[in-house]
Design a protein around this ligand. Structure first.
Ligand SMILES: C[S@@+](CC[C@H](N)C(=O)[O-])C[C@H]1O[C@@H](n2cnc3c(N)ncnc32)[C@H](O)[C@@H]1O
Ligand SMILES: [Zn+2]
Ligand SMILES: [Zn+2]
Length: 279
């Protein structure tokens, strides 16, 4: 980590106690840098809170799932609250927390862990997300960036984009504009007011993935659904067996809609079921 003022690198740097993000090698450096850092500092705190409220509001974990070990979401395994403060350290726990997620795969656990934090928790939780696969990491950063960038309905749009082979024109515009932002920025930190950060070297890797996705977005025809049909085709019995096993684990009330989803690959919007799917 580099000192925000002089770019020195050293162990155990001091953090700005307001944003908890700026780091300094010495107190004097921090004092000298305050005039410059102030705007970023305030914006970073504001943006972090906006993001946290967005996540909490939409998932509304506290009321509906109190005390549950896991919450059912789509995916190969249910998402879990990685911290589970209320069951482990206790609702009153208020120390900073830092989590390293190796081979994170997708960010559902991160979102659920943030959403499950008790309201009394006022410290910083930071997540370091690691995955060996650049496409997986590019997807994680894209989804989290869309969440950061999007408006009130962003959660629903994000879920549709994540799961559906067919999305609305509006979702498509959000997706491609987010991809363009990411592919053309040099610094994720300034783009997201310090909410997200990535090393320059990794950014370079992910940029090539985002650029490839942007190119694919110009490809005409229903090629995504065709490829999906091939993957789930009847002459692949191992896939069919896996699929029926998967459906068996789904709570009965949701099983029919899950089956329908696997047949079509379309995850319709519950907020706006009449919405036109164009892409
Ligand atoms: C089955 S997923 C598990 C995802 C997540 N841990 C979960 O429980 O939802 C495995 C993930 O680990 C990643 N992975 C595999 N080998 C890895 C390695 N050596 N270092 C980092 N990530 C790795 C894969 O790219 C993939 O995203
Ligand atoms: Zn310094
Ligand atoms: Zn600060």
């Amino acid at each position: 980590m580099l000192c925000f003022a002089c770019n020195n690198e050293q162990e155990g740097m001091m953090k700005c106690t307001n944003c908890l993000k700026a780091r300094y090698c010495r107190t004097e450096r921090q004092r000298e840098d305050w005039k410059r850092h102030k705007t970023f500092c305030e914006m970073s705190v504001d943006q972090t809170l906006v993001l946290v409220h967005k996540i909490k509001e939409v998932l509304q974990i506290k009321n509906s799932f109190k005390g549950l070990f896991s919450t059912y979401y789509w995916g190969n395994v249910p998402a879990v609250d990685l911290l589970n403060l209320s069951m482990d350290e206790g609702e009153e726990y208020s120390n900073p927390l830092a989590l390293l997620l190796c081979g994170v795969g997708d960010p559902r656990n991160v979102l659920l862990s943030i959403a499950s934090l008790p309201d009394v928790y006022t410290q910083q939780v930071s997540f370091v997300l690691n995955d060996i696969c650049p496409c997986t990491l590019a997807r994680i950063v894209l989804l989290l960036y869309m969440l950061y960038k999007g408006g009130d309905n962003i959660f629903h749009a994000m879920i549709r984009i994540w799961y559906s082979v067919c999305i609305s024109e509006e979702d498509f515009v959000l997706l491609t504009s987010s991809l363009r932002d990411l592919a053309t920025t040099n610094e994720l930190r300034s783009l997201t007011k310090g909410v997200m950060e990535i090393s320059a070297e990794q950014m370079e890797q992910l940029r090539s993935v985002w650029t490839a996705w942007l190119r694919l977005s110009e490809r005409e025809g229903p090629w995504v659904s065709n490829e999906r049909k091939m993957v789930f085709s009847a002459d692949r019995p191992e896939v069919q067996i896996g699929l029926s096993r998967y459906l068996d684990t789904i709570p009965k009330p949701h099983r029919n809609s899950a089956k329908k989803y696997f047949d079509t690959g379309i995850f319709p919007s519950t907020a706006n079921p009449t919405e036109e799917l164009t892409r």
